[in-house]
Design a protein around this ligand. Structure first.
Ligand code: G
Ligand code: G
Ligand code: MN
Ligand code: NA
Length: 247
């Protein structure tokens, strides 16, 4: 509970910050987007991972405060970068509780307008498991977001149980292959077979495929050969504060 209070204070006093990780297009080798990843340096415990504090925030209304903060800050940052000529898109992670919030759609609309960003510059990432937990409700919010012109991605794909039919009904734009499969490329035939079939399946329903967690050149070249569209990972760029990424 102490940690929850600390998180609440950190949100209120603007002590959370955002790291941005580049996403590279494999046909042009250019950075086409950045994924925003929330960071919290606790004054005593040091860096706390979002895998710890997001679930904590989800136990209360804190997740909505946090999500709203993230949305405003990152769209603002991207708006500034675009004005300076950096034409990249923005990817933000959403949790289930955020999809449950009816105010999400207008919050997204307002943040984009305030930052002067076209809706198509924003891609919202939702994990496969979050999507499938409450498919009907999630798809209502997602449809409204789609109608705004915002893009949608399914994150950590391959770790859940979604069907091709469900994916198609959600009218997603992008599928991100979970890094556990990318990790096995070059070492495991199974991993390569899985990645190959995920790419084929995604392309069959006209989704852009992003491989996450690319950590070496061998993985990158294999992904290129397999026809993957975009890639992200420490080999291509670590998550960095905006001022370092765009130094
Ligand atoms: O970058 P890192 O390994 O610390 O991220 C760990 C997890 O936290 C990832 O699954 C990522 O999607 C999630 N995450 C990072 N930032 C946010 C955020 O702003 N909102 C939500 N819901 N999840 C986030
Ligand atoms: O679940 P999601 O895909 O949003 O998670 C993004 C997380 O993956 C972030 O915590 C980010 O720091 C981490 N990440 C990004 N690139 C790599 C990588 O090359 N290897 C590993 N192990 N983690 C990565
Ligand atoms: Mn993600
Ligand atoms: Na992921």
């Amino acid at each position: 509970l102490r940690l929850e209070q600390d998180l609440r204070d950190a949100v209120r006093h603007g002590r959370l910050w955002t790291a941005y990780q580049p996403v590279v297009d494999l046909s042009t080798d250019r950075v086409v987007a950045v994924e925003a990843l929330l960071r919290w340096n606790h004054p005593i415990h040091g860096p706390v991972s979002p895998t710890e504090f997001i679930p904590l925030a989800e136990e209360s209304d804190l997740i909505n405060l946090l999500g709203a903060h993230m949305l405003r800050e990152t769209t603002r940052e991207l708006g500034i970068r675009r004005e300076r000529g950096t034409e990249v898109d923005l990817k933000i992670n959403l949790s289930t509780r955020q999809l449950d919030d009816p105010a999400l759609v207008t919050a997204v609309e307002h943040a984009l307008a305030a930052a002067g960003l076209p809706p198509s510059a924003l891609c919202l990432e939702i994990t496969e498991s979050a999507l499938m937990r409450d498919f009907v409700l999630a798809s209502e919010t997602l449809t409204a977001l789609r109608e705004l012109g915002v893009r949608l991605a399914i994150d950590d794909f391959g770790t859940g149980y979604s069907s091709l039919a469900q994916l198609q009904r959600l009218t997603l734009d992008t599928l991100k292959i979970d890094r556990s499969f990318v990790n096995g490329l070059g070492r495991s035939r199974d991993a390569e077979a899985i990645v190959t079939s995920i790419i084929a399946m995604a392309h069959a329903v006209e989704l852009t495929v992003v491989a996450e967690g690319v950590e070496n050149g061998e993985q990158l070249e294999l992904l290129r050969e397999l026809g993957c569209d975009q890639a992200q990972g420490y080999y291509l760029g670590r998550p960095l504060p905006a001022r370092e990424l765009w130094a």
